[in-house]
Design a protein around this ligand. Structure first.
Ligand SMILES: [Zn+2]
Length: 463
């Protein structure tokens, strides 16, 4: 999507009530079509990455504004929604069949004349319909519009508009497209996803702290969509014809070699090594991640955050664990086979625990470690112990590890960079053990020498 077209759409949505209408030529329909075509319905598993601003979002990327929903919400919020109180989905559909409604639509489409009152009334009806859909009435049951959600006297006009907008977006994108898509995906993985579990899934994504590294969000997002490129998923590249593909032997799991390399095997409890690593990790970080604790129907549902008992800290721990498994599968086990069960469990649990310590989000004000330069002696002791733990949990035997730092006295000021690299005792660099690198760089900024230190490491690894 061209960013200029997008900002133009947003501008239109924010500042002008669009001429409303069912005609394909109307501005609102054109904008809607353009927007949906370019942003939402582009036909892959990634359509939800930028899901427009939502009630509680799903997807790793910041959401976008939907100008159409904003227009409807802006207009509807200017009307007295209490007249629709108690309307059911059937009653509002009946109303939309009525002559009054037809006349209003016809008037609002008069060429060149903006009938604002009619537009407002139509927008209000759309908003009520959106609210009713977003309630997910079960088969044979009816949803009822409760006006007080929006007519509360305490609400500022802007908050009323926002509340309506979120509901409209939720209804148009989640109810009609995304959520059914998710439910179908889960069904293919043998999971039963109720509206309540779906709401919890959205809440779980919403509860991930903004500071959590994008890698973790992305991996969990792809895991949910079964879009991680496992060998089983990638079989289509070897054999495009489905029947022939189904007859092929399943590629082996890199971690245990006893099951297949698929999401359901790795994260569904069948991979006994991953299951054991999850227990070790849970114990290490003291967060219970068992299916009993999360209230999930099985281990796979638990890994996919389909929990009956939402819990932000557990969510974060589960996301970090899942991402660590995936990182190790791609970057270690795919190349280094023949590991014993203990080695595999140890490696995954260690990596996940390390990531938890490094990246789990604790607000600075609550951190017991303080910040560099202003630590109390107690904080310094705690920070040293943490650093010691982290260094101890890094696998120096099999990995090249680099510790880098750069500093300047004043910024900019006299500056220098330093690095220590440890090499594994196998492979091309087996002769090297520990390298100490340093450089005085004259006058410069702190940022420059931090990067310089990393550059020195890369140069040393290359040679
Ligand atoms: Zn396995």
């Amino acid at each position: 999507m061209n960013v200029f077209v997008l900002s133009m759409l947003v501008y239109i949505g924010m500042f002008s009530p669009l001429p409303y209408g069912e005609k394909r030529s109307s501005a609102s329909r054109r904008c809607e079509a353009l927007f949906r075509r370019y942003i939402v319905f582009c036909g892959t598993g990634y359509i939800w990455e930028h899901l427009v601003g939502s009630q509680s979002r799903f997807g790793p990327r910041p959401s976008l504004i939907d100008p159409w929903a904003r227009s409807v919400a802006t207009l509807a919020s200017q009307t007295d929604l209490s007249v629709w109180d108690g309307y059911t989905d059937q009653a509002i559909e009946d109303h939309r069949e009525s002559a009054d409604y037809g006349a209003m639509v016809a008037r609002s489409q008069d060429q060149g004349i903006l009938h604002l009152d009619d537009l407002r009334s139509l927008a209000a009806i759309d908003a009520v319909v959106a609210d009713l859909y977003a309630q997910y009435p079960a088969d044979g049951e009816s949803a009822t519009f409760v006006a007080s959600t929006y007519t509360d006297r305490e609400l500022r006009p802007v908050d009323r508009r926002r509340r309506l907008e979120r509901r409209i977006v939720y209804s148009t994108y989640h109810y009609t497209a995304q959520d059914p898509d998710l439910v179908a995906r889960f069904a293919r993985m043998g999971l039963n996803c109720t509206p309540e579990l779906l709401a919890n899934l959205h809440a779980a994504y919403d509860s991930m702290p903004p500071k959590l590294k994008p890698y973790y969000r992305n991996t969990q997002f792809k895991l949910t969509l079964n879009a991680l490129p496992t060998e089983v998923r990638m079989l289509w590249r070897v054999e495009p014809v489905k029947e022939a593909r189904d007859a092929l032997p399943r590629p082996r799991c890199y971690l245990c070699e006893a099951g297949e390399d698929s999401i359901t095997h790795m994260f569904g409890g069948q991979c006994t090594r991953v299951a054991r690593a999850l227990q070790v990790f849970s114990a290490n970080v003291q967060v219970d991640l068992s299916a009993q604790a999360t209230g999930a129907q099985n281990a796979l549902a638990s890994a996919l955050l389909l929990w009956s008992r939402p819990h932000p800290e557990r969510t974060q721990a589960m996301v970090i664990f899942n991402s660590s498994v995936w990182f190790q599968r791609c970057n270690f086990f795919a190349f280094q086979g023949n590991n014993t069960a203990d080695q595999t469990v140890d490696r995954i649990a260690r990596e996940a625990t390390l990531n938890w310590r490094l990246h789990c989000h604790v607000p600075k004000s609550k951190s017991k470690y303080g910040s560099a330069g202003t630590r109390t002696p107690a904080q310094e002791t705690a920070a040293r112990a943490l650093a010691h733990d982290i260094i101890a949990s890094i696998d120096h035997e099999n990995t090249i590890v680099a510790y880098t730092d750069g500093a300047s006295r004043g910024n900019p000021g006299p500056c220098g960079a330093g690095a220590i690299i440890t090499y594994p005792r196998w492979g091309a660099a087996a002769g090297k053990h520990t390298e100490e690198l340093s450089a005085g760089l004259g006058r410069g900024s702190n940022q420059l020498v931090e990067l310089w230190a990393i550059g020195m490491v890369l140069a040393d690894i290359e040679t």
